[in-house]
Ligand binder design. Structure first.
Ligand code: UGA
Length: 425
């Protein structure tokens, strides 16, 4: 049984590798010649832990030819990007091009399974589009949103909390679900609109938990309370849950900011205000400024101060800097006259041109007036070693990710006189 994947991004490649590891025969298509050449040469166009091992261990074919994929596969997963377009709306142009290409090459009875995050009604509209382009088209459109986190996408795919399949015909939904027969988790069949909206609702809820924690952290700062204790206290209520309550510099990445903006657009389109989503985004947009004010409180004056930003990616285990709060903080500091040096264990390019890039943690700390942790990479735990901390000109740490425990800092303070500030504690 052959399944095709359109789009060799992190969702497409993880889907391909995980299905292949469960015995499905997989073909991957991407329009980028460069990406397909890299994959055919055994390379990987993205960094995702565990992916390389899974891809090389199984036979997957990679092609630039849609025709070849469409002719050989009964199940075609659409894993193309749906970036933020004008007015926050999800840009469906890649999805639409893929659908146009597919129905150009087949009149056979096949399943088009949308994994990309798309507004409710998209699968239905794409099915209508396919019929309008080719009246003999028999494609069945299914919604099957993914819940993969960058950095743990392979694990998330293999061991999901649930699998959602949206279909307007139960039998079609069942057939697509059968591709997941080796997965042991709740499997939910629903309408396509529900499946599509469930993805946005899940991401918005998770983002809302983060903004909620950041809001409480700001209050805790003023009220002399600790967000760690509050997180433990509220998180142990099973109705709230402990995950996604970590306060810090705010959420970034290619999903939450984009999906929340798209959600607002969906609300406007349907004539409904979504104030919780609006405030979740507004609070998050303010979080980098909250980190900057902590830096200012420590340094008083920013002009000509040399500040090391530790971590550029929006979270550890990825080199993705899209909507990363680290970039906003660096820009804020530069605008206020500081000299900024950036260090990240994985990000190779420099996303903030006016800043310098440090080659190592130690080199970035040297001569710096403060170190600001913006991504909780394990490597930064080295700052807890007096030797590493002493590399700083002034021993000031602003921990924008609450990566150190307060007890660890208290222990260190006994050896080295230092200034430490974090979020909400
Ligand atoms: C997110 C969702 O978690 C996935 O379920 C979803 O499939 C994916 O978006 C998507 O739509 O494709 P991702 O963006 O990869 O995954 O990253 P997360 O691990 O969710 O982290 C997002 C941001 O929230 C990061 O900047 C992280 O630092 C921040 N975060 C996370 C916090 O500030 N506090 C927390 O407690 C958790």
């Amino acid at each position: 049984m052959k399944a095709g994947i359109i789009g060799a991004g992190y969702v497409g490649l993880v889907t391909a590798a995980c299905f292949a590891s469960r015995g499905l025969d997989i073909m991957v298509h991407d329009t980028s010649k460069e990406k397909i050449a890299t994959l055919n040469a055994g390379g990987l166009p993205i960094f995702e832990p565990g992916l390389e091992k899974l891809l090389t261990g199984h036979t997957i074919s990679f092609t630039n030819c849609v025709k070849e994929l469409v002719e050989t596969c009964r199940y075609i997963f659409l894993c193309v990007g749906t970036p933020q377009g004008a007015d926050g709306e999800a840009d469906l142009s890649y999805l639409q091009s893929a659908v146009e290409a597919i129905c150009h090459y087949t009149e056979a009875d096949k399943y088009i399974i949308i994994k990309s995050t798309v507004p409710p009604g998209t699968a239905r509209r794409m099915e209508e589009l396919s019929r309008s382009l080719n009246k003999n088209c028999k494609l069945t459109f299914i919604s099957n949103p993914e819940f993969l986190r960058q950095g743990s996408a392979v694990h998330d795919f293999l061991y999901p909390d649930r699998i959602i399949v949206g279909s307007d015909k139960p039998l079609s939904g069942e057939e697509v679900l059968s591709l997941y027969e080796k997965w042991d988790c709740p499997k939910l069949l629903m309408s396509r609109e529900s499946a599509e909206l469930a993805k946005y609702a899940a991401n918005s809820f998770l983002a809302m938990k983060i903004s909620y924690s950041n809001m409480i952290a700001s209050l805790a700062d003023r009220a002399g309370a600790s967000i760690d204790d509050i997180q433990a206290a509220i998180g142990s209520d099973s109705r709230i849950g402990k995950d996604f309550l970590k306060a810090g510099a705010g959420f970034g990445g290619s999903c939450f900011p984009k999906d929340l903006n798209a959600m607002l657009h969906i609300g406007r389109k349907h004539g409904t205000e979504l104030p919780l989503i609006e405030n979740t985004l507004a609070l998050n947009e303010n979080q980098p400024a909250a980190v900057v004010s902590k830096i200012k409180a420590a340094l008083k004056e920013l002009t000509d101060k040399r500040i090391a930003i530790l971590g550029l990616s929006f979270k550890p285990m990825t080199d993705d800097v899209r909507c990363s709060p680290a970039v906003s903080v660096a820009e804020h500091l530069l605008n206020e006259g500081a000299k900024v040096i950036l260090y990240d264990p994985l990000v190779r390019h420099n996303p903030v041109h006016r800043a310098a890039k440090g080659a190592s943690l130690k080199e970035s700390l040297k001569q710096s007036d403060a170190a600001v942790i913006m991504t909780d990479w394990p490597e930064f735990r080295q700052l807890l070693q007096p030797d590493m901390l002493n590399t700083l000109k002034r021993k000031i740490i602003i921990d924008g990710r609450n990566m150190f425990r307060i007890e660890e800092i208290e222990m260190l303070s006994k050896e080295v006189s230092m200034y430490y500030a974090s979020i909400g504690r």
